[in-house]
Design a protein around this ligand. Structure first.
Ligand SMILES: [Zn+2]
Length: 179
């Protein structure tokens, strides 16, 4: 059902012809984002918008393509966080690099949104580990910034397998796990 919603949003963007139309699409997307939908694999709409398989179900395949830059931008502008992880601890960027043919414009858009380069999925892979070709690797590396203290602390905790669950505030647990 979430995939159909994405196609709906994508189609709305295609037919929007003036500012008022765009505003209506934005309001619709915000309402959809607010619900906080997750698939059976805990994917958000942004994960699905970064996945090439999302276009497989469509009878509009010729017109609507995924990963979709416009839909990804729309979802992030509507409040969907690019750092949220799915059931396998993949961020949308992980999904883009494994299942999205790493479309360059979507890649840059997610990188610009401040994706954590050091976020590890449940297989222990960072975004850089998943860059399949030199071109993609270079784009990812050029976006890499100096990690913040929080990232370094979280990496240390995970690397040394230090206990943290129930010790740090609940909201920090997922941040630490991400590293
Ligand atoms: Zn980090």
């Amino acid at each position: 059902m979430m995939v159909y919603l994405l196609h709906y949003l994508s189609a709305l963007l295609e037919v929007a012809s003036d500012e008022h139309d765009i505003e209506v699409v934005m309001e619709t997307a915000k309402a959809v984002a607010w619900v906080g939908l997750r698939s059976t694999t805990a994917s958000t709409l942004l994960h699905l918008a970064s996945n090439s398989r999302t276009e497989d179900i469509s009878s509009l395949k010729e017109h609507l393509h995924f990963p979709s830059l416009r839909v990804c931008e729309l979802l992030m502008d509507s409040g969907i966080d690019q750092s949220v992880v799915d059931g396998d601890r993949n961020t949308a960027l992980h999904i883009l690099l494994t299942k999205g043919h790493a479309e360059r414009d979507v890649l840059s858009c997610l990188l610009k949104a401040g994706a954590h380069m050091d976020a590890r999925n449940s297989s222990g892979k960072t975004v850089l580990d998943l860059a399949r070709c030199e071109k993609v690797r270079r784009v990812v590396q050029s976006a890499e910034h100096v990690p913040g203290l929080q990232c370094l602390a979280a990496r240390k905790i995970m690397g040394e397998k230090m206990p943290y669950e129930g010790i740090v505030p609940k909201r920090l647990e997922s941040f630490i796990q991400m590293h």
